[in-house]
Design a binder for this molecule. Sequence first.
Ligand code: NAD
Length: 366
Amino acid sequence: MKTLKFAVLPGDGIGPEVMEVALDVLKSAGEEFSFTLDYENADIGGIAFDKHGTAFPDSTKQVCEASEAILFGSVGGPKWESLPPKEQPERAALLPIRKAFSLYANVRPGLLYPELTDASPLKKERIPNGIDIVCIRELTGGIYFGQPKSTSTLGNGEEQAIDTMVYKTSEIERISEVAINTAKARGNRVCSVDKANVLETSVLWRKVVTTYFAKHAPEIELSHMYVDNAAMQLARDPNQFDVLFTENMFGDILSDEMGVICGSLGMLASASLGAQKNSLGFPFGLYEPSGGTAPDIAGKGIANPCAQILSVAMMLRYSFGQLEAATAIETAVEKAVTSGNRTGDIAFGIDPISTKAMGEAVLSHL
Ligand code: NAD
């Protein structure tokens, strides 16, 4: 029997609530598919700041380093919003953990089951069969990490802030490889999104992507689109895309738009993968829901745990090669959600569900 060793970082807000349910589902999948779990909990985000004075303590990093994968909840909340920007959980935990493990590729499926098209703010006739796309976002380059990054006071007393957008050929090539592999497992179509009419980094992005695809995957249909148009096209006809492929900031924005049109933040998982392989020979990765800590519903027991459960499925697939178990969990979530026709996001005006009840519904289909 295999043992899966991973770090569990539930974080803040609804993080611990949905994590508990997701781990129950994982335990049950282990019984079914013959693996056992060896996981260690560690603090991250606001709770880590409160207990250790930093949002990403060394002790947490060590737990992650000793693991084959990281299962992450979410971080942040009103309690820590008044901290200086550099100490705030998202900036002091999320960005450093991505950097620490070189997690340069974010894979975020945008899936809306046909039975749930009512949950999307898009008109039903635009998405009669639901939505099924994947966003591949570069995660450790671009304007979020580029230097210099500073705020200073000018001679006339005015403040000036600077962020720098930087990309290198090697960074674009390695994420191109992820887009290619994702497309090969789907519809063989990639739309690369940039702003090559204005930005130097985008001119390089487009050139490198075009060359890399032509050399390594000429069979893939590659198109290019400016990011402003892509934002519009996502809202107009999302299924024209198969794999949406873009740099860090554009991906941050577009993948959230994708979350909204898919009707529920509580349904969308993501994987952040890097170059590092774990001891099993699979990519080391961090798996987390696409949404945040949902302070408005935290502690009420009504958060949708499906995004966290689907993050578990992605972890099984990418970092442990447990494809059957991953598919079984995904199918169980689909059945649980579509049979009750519920996703429970109050953000989208849907009646709340009980976190526990949703977990039990998923377990009943496993
Ligand atoms: P959010 O995703 O936490 O919440 C937006 C809306 O979606 C809320 O109404 C919330 O109730 C709802 N929602 C989100 N997940 C849900 C779920 N599983 N079930 C039901 N409803 C759900 O975004 P926000 O309000 O902008 O941010 C809240 C906090 O989370 C902030 O501190 C922010 O910095 C942090 N955040 C963290 C991450 C992360 O850890 N990766 C990502 C985004 C936001």
